[in-house]
Design a binder for this molecule. Sequence first.
Ligand code: HEC
Ligand code: HEC
Ligand code: HEC
Ligand code: HEC
Ligand code: HEC
Length: 262
Amino acid sequence: MSTVDEHEKDMPSEDSGGKGPPPPDPEQKNKATAYVIFFFFVGLIASLIVGWIIFPQLLYSQKEQPIDFNHALHNELVGDCASCHYFREDGTFSGVPDLWSCIDCHMDVQGEDPEEEKFVTEYVWEDREVPWLIYSKQPDCVFFSHAAHVLSGGMDCVTCHGHIGESEHSKVYQENRITGYSRDIWGRNISGFKRNSWDRMKMDDCADCHEEARDSATKDEPRAPVGRVIDNIIRVAFPGTYADNRGGSVQTQRGACFKCHK
Ligand code: HEC
Ligand code: HEC
Ligand code: HEC
Ligand code: HEC
Ligand code: HEC
């Protein structure tokens, strides 16, 4: 035992006159921490800029419409949307108009506007339809009916399309380079936040509105203020949790998929 005690006596101690290595300089330590924090924030800000600003710009290619079309001017001339965007007798929607809606007025160039001249000489005289780009074009598997929404539902074009119908110029069409879909479906904001009802038209956006319509038709209270996704999981996994017992979202009900998918 005594040998151990001898050793302990030999060990240099902090207050024994500083024969051992010097204690770490607290200023040096603070500097290192400051560097770590500094580079963490530089990295964070750089990745936020890449993810939120640069990536969305690279993700979408920009395409001009073949002809710049002035809605405001034509609305004044023809009066209403239905002269060009009308319902046929069988309830189908005409969509973007073909040359037939235009030739009454554009058999010949009537003004100075170069866009009109291009339209008349390159399309009307050539009897060639204008290959308009459709901002709201959904994938082929999606079934959408204007009659259900506009005629039965009484909804306004602006709710889903924004102010395209009042604009003076055709806006730039933005195409997602990966999926090939329009940005009007995928949304202005990469995280999916939207300020206007027309900013985004993905599956959830259709379903959210259908759910609101269902709730107001059945006079149900708005749903519990848990996140929508969590709320749905609870309702589907543990039926009976809520007194209203109305089941999951309109999307998870039996056969729900075939309402919107062909
Ligand atoms: C004189 C014919 C004409 C009239 C009137 C007219 N439009 Fe159009 N509309 C067009 C043409 C042509 C296009 C295709 C060019 C474009 O997208 O800019 C178009 C495109 C659109 C689109 C874009 C659809 C998509 O997803 O690409 C919307 C929305 C639209 N019109 C709404 C309206 C509304 C609302 C009104 C009435 C306030 C209206 N239009 C009046 C001719 C017309
Ligand atoms: C009621 C008559 C009328 C109809 C229908 C009509 N236009 Fe026009 N359009 C005009 C007039 C008038 C002008 C102005 C010409 C000028 O003075 O420059 C014009 C201008 C234009 C221009 C140049 C201004 C602009 O919009 O950029 C284009 C392009 C055009 N029309 C395309 C079309 C297309 C496409 C259709 C069919 C979907 C159509 N128009 C239907 C009367 C009409
Ligand atoms: C409930 C939402 C909603 C409302 C309301 C609505 N639309 Fe649409 N619209 C859509 C969707 C979704 C598409 C794409 C459909 C597709 O690709 O199958 C579309 C497509 C279109 C197109 C392009 C069709 C084509 O392929 O040629 C035009 C033009 C258009 N809508 C005009 C209008 C006008 C005008 C009104 C008002 C009378 C209106 N829409 C009301 C959702 C809506
Ligand atoms: C802003 C609200 C709103 C949006 C957005 C919306 N819908 Fe609807 N949808 C309705 C309402 C309300 C009805 C019922 C209309 C009626 O009274 O018949 C309906 C009905 C339908 C129907 C007919 C159902 C049936 O029983 O006949 C289909 C299909 C449909 N929507 C598909 C879609 C698709 C696909 C989208 C997205 C691209 C969409 N809807 C976006 C409100 C909306
Ligand atoms: C309220 C209408 C609606 C309902 C209900 C709905 N969908 Fe969709 N779905 C859409 C729309 C609109 C799109 C295209 C936009 C997108 O990708 O979000 C889509 C896209 C999809 C896609 C991707 C297709 C592609 O080409 O990008 C799949 C897969 C899909 N839905 C499966 C389902 C399944 C499974 C269900 C049932 C649980 C369902 N959907 C119910 C409207 C609906």
